[in-house]
Design a protein around this ligand. Sequence first.
Ligand code: HEC
Ligand code: HEC
Length: 393
Amino acid sequence: MTALVLASTVQRAIGLVVAWIVIVGFGVYIFANIRKAKPELGHEVENAPNRKPYYSDEELEGPRLDRFLTMALVLLGVLALGLPLYWLAEPGRQETAIERFDVIFASRGETLFNTNCAGCHGRGAVGGVAPYVLQSKSGTFVSNVSWKAPALNNVLLRYTRDEVQYVLDHGRAFSPMQPWSTVGGGAMNTQQIQNLIDYLGSIVISKGDAEVQVREGLVARVTEELSVGVTDAAKRKEISDNVKKTFAETLSSTEALITLGVATSESSAQLKLGQLMFNNEAAAGSYSCARCHTPGWSYDRPGKTGAGAYGPNLWAAAQKFNDLDQLSNFLSYGCETGLVYGRQSQCKSGMMPAFGSMYTQEQLDAVTAYVAALDGEQQYVPNPQTPQEAQAQ
Ligand code: HEC
Ligand code: HEC
């Protein structure tokens, strides 16, 4: 991109210099010509007898010649000025064409998205659910479930374009997300996959918007927890308003949790915040960790927290890092396929998302502390109000 801008500015600079040379030179030419012009001297040779008289000199060199000369001059002017001007406009024209292509690609991607993906990921990629048939290891029917299909209008906040392409190439094994490109046995060509990613890029939300959604997820969860057993509608509304207000008015979420009586101390509030973030349901779970690290979480039948699902078991994960800073860094940036992370772990798929562009520092610290405290004894306490969760308990 910088090379393009540089090239176009160099071209513009040269164009301007040439244009000025032409304009100034033209002025000098006219000036010199007018000064040089002298009245005609001498006489004309008479016509040869075999030649029929043509226009007289007076006629030939009169208005007729002037007319032709003027036209030639105008044309010369058009060429002399038009070419540099065209040349000047060219980089702009090319830039506009590229922008137009971006728009065209994104709109093709939107059409593809609406026909192929919106059914699960929602219109505008705001997240949705996917119907899925759970099977036992031997392939027999277990039950029908609704699997959270994460919001994708934030997917480029946590993944690079290449990583999104990886998902579209390979799908997510043992989930409703199938491979779409010809690489993984789907039907879409490279151009279509790129158009889809262009579309996701054109609708990506800001970090600020992501933070708002994350906080809404926290508020919803805390409200639910405080409302357990409360049946009176007015009372429930009061609780909900109070939680919303406290989170909006308090600078830090841990403080809000203490104010609301959900946690008693600074450290317990941090672990609580970590747990809430780990299981954040906002935007179809796209900000959570549990959807990849807790089996069954995505279809409301959570097993043990951090026992591993698409992502690995986390019960001793913190030990794979030198210290909490290194772990927090990993959560912030994710990992790159083939490279080493932590002490000596190798990144296999690159599918661990980067959370740094979606979480605040406080949230990142809280999740880090929560992961460090995770072990097989801890268990996520699901919302006892949904029948599936009651069944899972
Ligand atoms: C049948 C439902 C379904 C369809 C159709 C579908 N997806 Fe998915 N997709 C899912 C589910 C469910 C997940 C989450 C899988 C998991 O829990 O690991 C997912 C995950 C993803 C992810 C990874 C996001 C993340 O943050 O982990 C991307 C990217 C994605 N889908 C893109 C697409 C695109 C683009 C299309 C259309 C070409 C599409 N999906 C069509 C259900 C679907
Ligand atoms: C889209 C799925 C996904 C989500 C969401 C996700 N992870 Fe991961 N995570 C992975 C994968 C896959 C790996 C393995 C990295 C690799 O080899 O590519 C991983 C690795 C890790 C590791 C290193 C484990 C080890 O044994 O080396 C930690 C720690 C971790 N994740 C924590 C988290 C936390 C905390 C969150 C939420 C803030 C989170 N993950 C969200 C998929 C995910």
